[in-house]
Write a new protein. Structure first.
Length: 346
């Protein structure tokens, strides 16, 4: 993400989203009531005597939209912002949907009455991540391989490849070679020299794939391997929880959020200095007992969630917003969407 203007007196930040992760960050920043200025296309006003059968012309224009709803589909290439037109050359008071993409390199302005600390922190985080390389995963066993990319919003599944092994034919290694070649052909579509590749899975297939890769692609760099109990997406999730990825991608948001949620659950098992649930955490914040809260983006988008974050700031409690787009967020949602690390118990 590239920030072009930051005017806190006017409550305006102007920026350019540069990749799909930036759209996900914007989804967590923009909320109902904000004013969004962006270039868009809208049908031009037509005179009553024009023939209605003629195709309506779409004209490029800059509009200011008072946000009513924001939608983001996981790993999509667009963010949809729906609201009422407050600024522009026509149709003031009408509804319009802004489709924000990264293709046109267009700037958008976000104007808020009050910027929350976590919103400003997220913009700063997105700027820092501009040059952070994505991490690729191959999670395989002798039957199938899953290829995925670790993004800031979660693990993006790319494809599954099946080995089609069958008895003696597989033992000749001809099928295995074809299997490995197909995996490599997909990897080459996404991997650059800077892209780290992590190969995970159970058994010896993973090790044979590593040897094959080094033989046919000796110029491949940044490849490491890690043994997991499962292949597929389960193997990737196992690797994420193990901490192996942190040495490669220390700034990745998913890793950070996953680590916090896992730490919360570990402390719950030990009856440690943690709490969870909206009412309990809110009461503990008021008593100054909360050091750090973790809260889902789903809860943050509610009035109660906003109140809790403001309360946390007033009582010097740090907080982290956890995405519902990956497993850790959904796991936290099962606890009411909020957990807290405590300074002391009451």
């Amino acid at each position: 993400m590239r920030v072009l203007l930051k005017d806190m007196k006017q409550g305006e930040i102007k920026l350019i989203p540069e990749n799909d992760d930036d759209l996900w960050h914007l989804y967590n920043i923009i909320k109902p009531g904000d004013l969004i200025r962006a270039v868009t296309f809208r049908s031009t006003e037509q005179k009553a005597d024009l023939i209605r059968s003629k195709k309506t012309e779409k004209k490029k224009m800059k509009l200011g939209i008072r946000v009513e709803d924001v939608k983001f589909h996981k790993f999509s290439d667009r963010l949809r912002i729906h609201g009422v037109i407050e600024e522009g050359p026509q149709d003031l008071g009408s509804h319009h949907t802004l489709n924000i993409t990264t293709e046109d390199n267009e700037a958008i302005s976000i104007i808020k009455e009050e910027w929350m600390k976590h919103e400003l922190d997220r913009i700063e985080e997105a700027v820092k991540q501009r040059k952070q390389p994505k991490v690729m995963f191959v999670s395989l066993d002798e039957d199938s391989a899953t290829i995925a990319i670790l993004r800031q919003s979660g693990v993006q599944w790319i494809t599954d490849i099946h080995s089609n092994r069958s008895g003696k034919m597989y033992e000749t290694h001809s099928t295995e070679k074809q299997y490995f070649e197909e995996i490599l052909s997909i990897i080459k579509q996404y991997k650059t020299m800077e892209t780290p590749l992590i190969v995970v899975g159970p058994g010896f297939t993973r090790e044979r794939f590593m040897r094959y890769t080094k033989t046919v692609n000796p110029d491949f760099k940044n490849i490491i391997t890690y043994g997991t109990g499962h292949a597929g997406m389960n193997g990737i999730q196992e690797a994420l929880k193990s901490g192996i990825v942190e040495n490669i991608s220390k700034e990745n948001r998913v890793l950070f959020e996953t680590r916090l949620v896992e730490q919360l659950f570990e402390e719950i098992k030990k009856n440690g200095l943690v709490a969870y649930g909206v009412e309990e955490v809110e009461e503990l914040i008021k008593n100054g007992a909360v050091k750090h809260i973790i809260i889902t983006d789903k809860l943050v988008r509610t009035e109660k969630g906003e109140d809790i974050l403001k309360l946390a700031q007033n009582y010097n409690a740090d907080f982290t917003v956890v995405s519902m787009l990956h497993d850790a967020g959904r796991k936290l949602d099962g606890l009411g969407g909020i957990g807290a690390f405590l300074r002391f118990k009451i």
